[in-house]
Write a protein that binds this ligand. Sequence first.
Ligand code: PBG
Length: 333
Amino acid sequence: MSQKLNLPIRPRRNRKSEAVRGLSRETVLCPSDLIYPLFIHEDESNDPIESMPGCSRWSLSGLVKEVGEAYAAGVRAVVFFPKIEESLKSPRGEECFNPDGLVPRAIVAVKKAYPDMVVITDVALDPYNSDGHDGIVEAGENGEFRILNDETVEVLCRQALCHADAGADIVSPSDMMDGRVGAIRATFDQSDHEEVLILSYTAKYASAYYGPFRGALDSAPKAGDKKTYQMDPANSREALREADLDVAEGADIIMVKPAGPYLDIVSLLRDSVDVPIAAYQVSGEYLMIKSAAKDGWIDEEKVAMESLLGIKRAGADMILTYFAKDVASRLSG
Ligand code: PBG
């Protein structure tokens, strides 16, 4: 007979049964935490995206149907990413504020069918810019180029206004230009859109995890990389600086992106600002889970759920994830 240990404190008691574990569970994931990113295009067909298995580029009617399924599963927020035809792309990306463009029409269609679905739009030039950058490119000598900050912000304000006019609930600048949150807030306040939220991509890192997304939209930069505007993955203090600025400029929600490899940043910002925090589980994070699960190496449902729980535990109030519809239906089912 083995000797009983003298252990007055036994943490395992709190894990005794599912019911006991339930009593002391600190983090619970809910469908209402999730934001579902959706790709759209002009075509009539819904085309599966090769680089992102399980995701499609939706036609407008396909979009409304997919949003309806997500709504039924309990998802209450969606964000749109458009694939823009090559012929509509230009150096200054003017198509981004065309009131008859793809995104404004998608906003109207979804709000009409599901008025209480929160519609979020991405504000950045990359889908519209013939150079594939989030801002306007000024070419220099020997292939050198600059991304023009202030000129870009002007266009972003017109894009944000166009989305607000069409009925977007939240605009989400993902471009990382300096001063864009304040400029968009001022634009909204001058045009009776003071109720539209700004969800700012605050700590958006220059990450290789965005690869599959750029494949989905055909939006990769034609030259160079995004390191003069997206943040250096080596830095965390810079995230604090960006967060202070975005909050001061009027951001309602701030975002960390990617999510999984940057949980320290989520937690850092959670401890230092009072606004809600969003985290984006990006295309590369999604694809890694999908591909490992495809060959049976991991259990997709469990790993997807655990990855999202970890992001919430780190301090995210809401999570953008391509798993949103599936996870929500499992949570509410
Ligand atoms: C572009 C944008 C990107 C993503 C969201 N908005 C790509 C980029 O910055 O190059 C990436 C999302 C993902 O990888 O899932 N403004």
